[in-house]
Design a protein around this ligand. Structure first.
Ligand code: BG6
Length: 513
C-alpha cells in the first residue's frame, strides 16, 4: 500500500535561509531591542545562520553614536544571550550595528535613512532588501508608515523586497486593530506584513502540528468521540515588575495574553490538517477555529463562561507580594483583570460538545504553560467489578515551557500476583532527547521574516476575528449595567475559587501543575 504523503517531508530538508538584508528597528532604545532582538540576532550569528551581508540600524529619538549604542547593546547581550557572550564574536557581530537618530514624524530623518541604506547596499552588498521592525509604542505606527511611504522605503525594487514586522500589542480592540491593519496595509502588502506572536516561535508550539499530523496515533482520536475536554494553562509567577504596571493596567490578561498567545495555542490544538504547509494554508485552518468559537454575548453568557480576577497581597515562593492595586503604576481603583479563566466551545463537527478551558494569570505559584488533552474514560472496563480502577483518565500533556516536553498518562497493572491498576506517566523531555537547548522564539521569528516565511506570524483576519470575540467579553465587563464580578485571589495561589467552581459545575477540575 502506498504511504500517505507526509506534509512535513519537504520542510524537513528546507533550510530557513535568511536573505541578505538590512533590519531597521524603530524604537531601538527600548527594552525589547536590548532583551530580545539583539540577543536573538547575536545567537543567530553564533549559529552561523546570519547572512554575511547583514546590517541592523537602530532608529530612535535619542542622540547617540554607533559606539555608544553598541556598548549598551553589548551589556544587554551579555545578560540575555542564550548561548553566552563571547567578546570576539560580539566584536565582529557589532560591526553590523548602526544607530540613526530621528523623530518618528520627521520626513528628513527617513530620507537620511534611505541614504544610509543605499550606502550599505553599495558597501556591503545588502542588496536593497529591507526589513522594518516596529518595536515602538503602537501609537507611532501611523507616523512611521506614512514617513516610510513618503521616503519611498516601503517598495521593493525589482526582485528586492521590503517587509514590515509589527510587535504586539496589535490594537486593543477590533476597531484599533482594524485601523492599524489599514495603516500598515496601505504601506505594505499583507504578504509582506509579519505580525509577531512570540508564542508561535516557541519550539514546543511548533511541535503541536508535528505531534498531531506526523503521528498516525493521535489524529484518529483527536475529536469529540474520544476527547472529554482540553485545558490550556499559562501561569506566571511574576506581577508588575520592571514598571510594566502602566501598560498592563490598560490591557489586562484577556487582551495581553488570551487574544494572541492563548488563542494561537488553541488554534494549533483544534485546527483541521492543512492541505500543505504554506503560510496561507496553515493560517486558513487556524482562522476557521477562531471563527467557530461560540460567541459569548451579554453579561449572562460571559458570567457563566468567563472568570476574571485580581490578586491581593500574598506570597510567591515565600516572598511577600503586594496586591495588584498596590503595584507601581497601577490605578489603586483599577478594574483590570490579571487572571482570567474561560470555558470555550469550538462549534465544528470535530469538537461538538468538548469544552476548552483556558486560564492565564499573574502571581500564580509558578511559571508554567501547558496544554492537557483529557481523553474520555472507557465506557466499560471488563475487570472493573473485581478491582478498584483509579478515577483517572488518559491525559496527554504538552508542556510548552519550562521543562519542554510531552507526557502521556495511562493506566497500568502493578507488577505482582494480584490485579492492581494504577496510573503511570510516559514522559519525553526535549532536553534529554535532543541534548541541546531550543532556540529562542525571536531567533526563529527573525529568521523566518528574513527568509520570507510568514507561517508563524498572525494574519490580518486571524487578528481581527480574535478581537471580535474578545470585544464582546470586554463589553459585558465594562459596558453592562450589571457586569459579572471581579474576583480576587491571594498572590501565590492558583486563582480565584470561582474558576474552580466553573469547572466543578461541569464535573471537572483544573489539572494540578
Ligand atoms: C507577553 C505579555 O506578550 O508575554 C507579558 O505581554 C507576558 O505580560 C509574556 O509576561 C509572557 O511570555 P513568556 O514567553 O515568558 O511566556
Amino acid at each position: 500500500m502506498p504511504e500517505l504523503e507526509n506534509p512535513f517531508q519537504d520542510t524537513q530538508m528546507q533550510q530557513h535561509r535568511a536573505q541578505p538584508c538590512t533590519l531597521v528597528i524603530f524604537g531601538a532604545t527600548g527594552d525589547l531591542t536590548h532583551r530580545k532582538l539583539i540577543p536573538a540576532l547575536y545567537n543567530i550569528a553564533v549559529s552561523g545562520d546570519l547572512p554575511p551581508q547583514f546590517k541592523v540600524v537602530g532608529f530612535a529619538r535619542r542622540e547617540k553614536t554607533d559606539e555608544v549604542f553598541r556598548a549598551e547593546l553589548c551589556e544587554a547581550n551579555a545578560k540575555h544571550s542564550r548561548q553566552g557572550h563571547n567578546e570576539q564574536m560580539w566584536g565582529s557581530f557589532a560591526q553590523s550595528i548602526h544607530y540613526h537618530r530621528s523623530e518618528f514624524e520627521d520626513v528628513d530623518g527617513y530620507r537620511a535613512l534611505a541614504g544610509l541604506l543605499d550606502a550599505f547596499d553599495k558597501e556591503r552588498g545588502t542588496v536593497a532588501n529591507r526589513l522594518f521592525y516596529l518595536a515602538s509604542a503602537p501609537e507611532y505606527f501611523d507616523q512611521i508608515m506614512e514617513q516610510l511611504r513618503k521616503a519611498g522605503l516601503n517598495n521593493g525594487i525589482g526582485d528586492r523586497w521590503a517587509r514590515v514586522v509589527c510587535e504586539k500589542p496589535f490594537g486593543k480592540d477590533l476597531k484599533t486593530a482594524r485601523h492599524l491593519n489599514e495603516v500598515v496595509n496601505e504601506t505594505f502588502d499583507e504578504g509582506d506584513t509579519y505580525r509577531i506572536d512570540h508564542y508561535l516561535g516557541k519550539e514546543t508550539a511548533q511541535n503541536i502540528m508535528v505531534l498531531r499530523f506526523a503521528n498516525s496515533l493521535f489524529e484518529p482520536n483527536w475529536n469529540s468521540r474520544y476527547i472529554d475536554h482540553v485545558q490550556i494553562t499559562c501561569a506566571e509567577n511574576l506581577g508588575m515588575e520592571g514598571g510594566r504596571g502602566g501598560y498592563y493596567d490598560t490591557a489586562g490578561a484577556l487582551r495581553d495574553m488570551v487574544q494572541n498567545h492563548l488563542f494561537q495555542l488553541l488554534t494549533l490544538v483544534a485546527m483541521e490538517p492543512p492541505t500543505d504547509l504554506s503560510a496561507d494554508s496553515v493560517r486558513d485552518e487556524k482562522v476557521k477555529v477562531i471563527r467557530a468559537l461560540r460567541r459569548l454575548t451579554g453579561p449572562e453568557a460571559v458570567g457563566q463562561n468567563v472568570v476574571r480576577a485580581q490578586y491581593t497581597a500574598g506570597s510567591v515562593d515565600g516572598v511577600p507580594r503586594v496586591g495588584y492595586r498596590q503595584e507601581e503604576r497601577v490605578n489603586p481603583e483599577s478594574r483590570t483583570e490579571c487572571y482570567v479563566a474561560l470555558r470555550l466551545f469550538v462549534d465544528t463537527w470535530r469538537w461538538q460538545g468538548v469544552p476548552f478551558y483556558i486560564r492565564v494569570g499573574k502571581q500564580l505559584p509558578k511559571k508554567a504553560t501547558e496544554i492537557s488533552v483529557h481523553f474520555k474514560k472507557p465506557p466499560q472496563v471488563p475487570f472493573a467489578t473485581s478491582v478498584m480502577i483509579p478515577d483517572s483518565e488518559n491525559t496527554l500533556v504538552i508542556r510548552i515551557q519550562p521543562d519542554e516536553g510531552i507526557s502521556l498518562r495511562i493506566l497500568c497493572k502493578q507488577p505482582g500476583q494480584a490485579l492492581f491498576v494504577q496510573p503511570v506517566k510516559m514522559d519525553f523531555h526535549y532536553s534529554n532527547s535532543f541534548g541541546k537547548a531550543s532556540p529562542e522564539a525571536y531567533e526563529r521569528l527573525l529568521l523566518d521574516a528574513m527568509a520570507g516565511d510568514a507561517t508563524l506570524f498572525a494574519r490580518r483576519d486571524e487578528v481581527e476575528n480574535a478581537w471580535r470575540f474578545i470585544d464582546e467579553i470586554e463589553k459585558a465587563w465594562h459596558e453592562s449595567p450589571s457586569p459579572p464580578p471581579m474576583c480576587e485571589y491571594p498572590a501565590g495561589s492558583w486563582g480565584p475559587k470561582a474558576a474552580d467552581e466553573m469547572l466543578a459545575r461541569d464535573g471537572r477540575e483544573w489539572r494540578r501543575l
